[in-house]
Design a protein around this ligand. Structure first.
Ligand code: UDP
Ligand code: MG
Length: 176
């Protein structure tokens, strides 16, 4: 019985995984200094892994004002921008590329709304934040912005195109 299941897995699921992996959606995640300093890296990565999202790229970098002015261009003119920039440069951050079906929407929902005090319990911000600024995570808000943001933080070759063997137990064949 088990052997037969393995044969099915090898023939149909693996073929689908191979075909799907370059089409899977991607998103950019930043574990902010408030995440690093509060020792929440493991909590966040644990939830990413348990949900079944694929970590396709990950590294620690120090942000500077120039990249923050680009990344938060929609907020540069806001009075809180200097404070936001300072908080984002307080220590190195971890940038990640996540892959999955509908991953942009799925991870935004896992993140919760901007203000941690208003974020729903069960979300990362709702469980670990009390601030509207120090809210531990950045997550891309659209598929288009995700690709722009990934190009901002990752060089070619730093994002890997691999399909974990577990994928066939995370998605049904027709979902890939
Ligand atoms: N932010 C802030 N005060 C505000 C709004 C935003 O300090 O009134 C910060 C906060 O850290 C937020 C980031 O600016 O995560 C980017 O804001 P955005 O509106 O894009 O929210 P997000 O997409 O992160 O939920
Ligand atoms: Mg945003």
């Amino acid at each position: 019985m088990f052997g037969r299941y393995c044969i099915n897995f090898d023939t149909s699921v693996k073929t689908n995984i191979k075909n799907c992996k370059q089409f899977m959606e991607r998103t950019l995640v930043i574990l902010k200094p408030s995440c690093i300093e509060r020792n929440l890296i493991g909590e966040v990565i644990g939830r990413i892994e348990k949900r079944g999202l694929v970590i396709a790229g990950m590294k620690m970098i120090q942000l500077d004002e120039a990249v923050l002015r680009e990344h938060y261009s929609h907020l540069v003119d806001k009075p809180f921008f200097p404070q936001l920039a300072k908080s984002m440069m307080a220590c190195p951050v971890i940038v990640m590329c996540l892959k999955g079906v509908d991953v942009v929407r799925v991870f935004r929902e896992m993140t919760g709304v901007t203000n941690g005090r208003k974020a729903a319990p069960g979300t990362l911000r709702g469980d670990f934040c009390m601030s509207g600024s120090l809210n531990i995570i950045h997550a891309s808000d659209s598929v288009e912005n995700a690709e722009i943001e990934l190009a901002r933080f990752f060089k070619p070759g730093e994002i890997f195109d691999y399909a974990p063997a577990t994928l066939g137990f995370i998605y049904e064949t027709d979902e890939l």
